[in-house]
Structure formats: structure tokens, C-alpha cells
Ligand binder design. Structure first.
Ligand SMILES: NC(=[NH2+])NCCC[C@H](N)C(=O)O
Ligand SMILES: [Mn+2]
Ligand SMILES: [Mn+2]
Length: 306
């Protein structure tokens, strides 16, 4: 698809550390629009979703519950609109709780869609298993229908994705309660141990084959903390032993070979306060380029557009 619509979600209320609300600005500053245009894409930047100021942290099991709920509801609405216009939604976070909104918007049109969740974490806590009460540890579970019913019902009533249509890649920090839930619901998880054992190419082949067989289309949810903190220092919950720079690019390039099967992308957890000279935001833009099929031996000025 040639048309891309960008939507920023300046929210940090789902995270334990402040500052990831500035992620969309940092990613834009790294010339996102210009770089996608020079790949031959028709890009519209629709600005940011309104996110309420966090005033209510009383709910210890789900911090800033009302604010996050409100923001995700408006995100679901906006993403659905972009999808209706037949454009490719590119969503910029923000903490990962925004995925509940994106997925709710997408699933309204594509109930049989799949999700590839590239992350150091599984974000599969419910409000009762979460050790932190930070909602960014819950969005994948919520999207699979697990947790606070008001969150499960964002956009449309009920669960948005079948957990059997979900693949997690890059995980290395999963809470005990999450392990129980992930197993119960049959989510496919490729941890970093599997990346060590089989290599990223094998894992991506297997993952994408599985998703293509079982899903109508694919949403890519990329948490920047999937990458090793030495390459992506600007994230709030860094975990050592992550994807290398090349592995992260490989994942995105491999996904891009699936063409129109891939219908949306979000990149989350870029925290400029913790970053070093916008390095993580710049990497985010590079990875977005790879996801849209950027090739080393290709320039839109000299080559035909496909
Ligand atoms: N999107 C993220 N960075 N999530 C981190 C979650 C960390 C931990 N599992 C929790 O529930 O709090
Ligand atoms: Mn995450
Ligand atoms: Mn994470």
C-alpha cells in the first residue's frame, strides 16, 4: 500500500516512568515523514491523539485507569477511520498500553487479524496478576479478552484477537502470572533463548508462516525495548540480552516481504528523557523504513515503484 497515515499517541500513563509521552515528537524529529516520502510513500501526518493529563493514580492495580481508558478509546476510533480510508495506519507511541486502542480499532474491521508482538516483555498481565499496576504490562492480554472488562470492551464489546493468532518475539522478562496465562491461552512465544538456538531467520520464517496460515491480515506491534539496551537506551523498562541491531532490522525486512498481508504498524516505548541524542528514536525510524521494505540497492528516483 502506498498511502500511510501517521498518528501519534503522546501517552506515558501506562508506564512506570514518565517521559515516553514525548516519543511521537522524537520520532518525528528523526525525519520520519521525509524518509517515508523518499521511499515513494504518500504520507499524511494526522498529528496526535488527545491524551488526558494524569491526575488520578488512586487505582493501584491499574494506575491512571480512567485516563488510559479514555485515550485508548479515542485511538480506537481514529485508527478505525484510517483503516476505512484504505490507508496504512502507522501509530507512534507512547507507552505500550496504546496497543489496546490500536488493536481495538483494527479488529473492528478485521476480526480475524493476527498480531506479531516484538518485545522484551509479553505484556500479558491482567489487572490481578500485574506486579506493578502499570497498564503497559497488560495490553496484549486485554486485546485477547483477559482483564478489566471495560478495557476488553474498548471500541466494540468483547475480545479483539484470538490468542492463537498472536506471536511474541524477543521476550526475556515474563512474570509468573503471565507465563500461566500465555500457556493457558496458547500464545506462541519465541523468547531470546529460541533466538539464540535457532537464529532469527528460522524464527521469523516459522512465525510468519503460522500467522499467514491462521490470520486474515497482520498488525505489527514493535516495542523498542525488544532491542538490546546498548542500541536502544531510550526505553523505560530495559532488559539486557535483547535483539541486535541487525536482528531487529531483519525482523522488519522479513515482515515487509509479506506485502499487503501486513496492514498496520505501531512503534512504542521511545522515551526521549532516557535516550542518548535521540538514538532510539532514530533507530525507530530506520526500523519503520525496513518494515516498509527499504532496500540498500534501491532509490525511488531511479527505480520503478511497486
Ligand atoms: N510495555 C512494557 N515495556 N511493559 C513492561 C512490563 C513490565 C512488567 N511485566 C509489568 O507488568 O509491569
Ligand atoms: Mn511492551
Ligand atoms: Mn517491553
Amino acid at each position: 500500500m502506498k498511502n500511510v497515515t501517521i498518528l501519534g499517541v503522546p501517552m506515558d500513563l501506562g508506564a512506570g516512568k514518565r517521559g515516553v509521552d514525548m516519543g511521537p515528537s522524537a520520532i518525528r524529529l528523526a525525519s520520519l515523514v521525509k524518509r517515508l516520502q523518499s521511499m515513494g510513500k504518500i504520507v499524511e501526518d494526522r498529528g496526535n491523539i488527545h491524551v488526558p493529563v494524569g491526575l488520578n493514580r488512586d487505582n493501584e492495580a491499574m494506575k491512571y485507569r480512567e485516563e488510559v481508558l479514555t485515550a485508548c478509546r479515542s485511538l480506537a476510533e481514529e485508527v478505525y477511520k484510517i483503516y476505512q480510508e484504505d490507508s496504512f495506519p502507522l501509530i507512534l507511541g507512547g507507552d505500550h498500553s496504546i496497543a489496546m486502542g490500536s488493536i481495538a480499532g483494527l479488529a473492528r474491521k478485521e476480526p480475524e487479524m493476527g498480531v506479531i508482538w516484538i518485545d522484551a516483555h509479553a505484556d500479558f498481565n491482567s489487572n490481578t496478576t500485574s506486579p506493578s499496576g502499570n497498564i503497559h504490562g497488560m495490553p496484549l492480554a486485554v486485546s485477547c479478552g483477559i482483564g478489566d472488562p471495560e478495557f476488553v470492551d474498548i471500541g466494540t464489546p468483547g475480545r479483539k484477537i484470538d490468542p492463537k493468532r498472536v506471536v511474541v518475539v524477543g521476550a526475556r522478562d515474563i512474570d509468573m502470572g503471565e507465563v500461566v496465562l500465555l500457556r493457558q491461552h496458547g500464545v506462541k512465544v519465541y523468547t531470546m533463548e529460541e533466538v539464540d538456538l535457532y537464529g532469527i531467520q528460522h524464527i521469523m520464517q516459522e512465525a510468519m508462516q503460522y500467522l499467514e496460515k491462521n490470520c486474515s491480515c497482520l498488525h505489527v506491534s514493535f516495542d523498542m525495548d525488544a532491542i538490546d539496551p546498548s542500541e536502544a537506551p531510550g526505553t523505560g523498562t530495559p532488559v539486557r540480552g535483547g535483539l541486535t541491531y541487525r536482528e531487529a532490522h531483519f525482523i522488519m525486512k522479513y515482515i515487509s516481504t509479506y506485502g499487503n498481508f501486513v496492514t498496520s504498524l505501531e512503534v512504542v516505548e521511545v522515551n526521549p528523557i532516557l535516550d542518548i541524542q535521540n538514538k532510539t528514536a532514530e533507530l525507530a525510524v530506520e526500523l519503520i523504513e525496513s518494515a516498509f521494505g527499504k532496500r540498500i540497492m534501491y532509490y525511488s528516483d531511479i527505480d520503478e515503484l511497486d
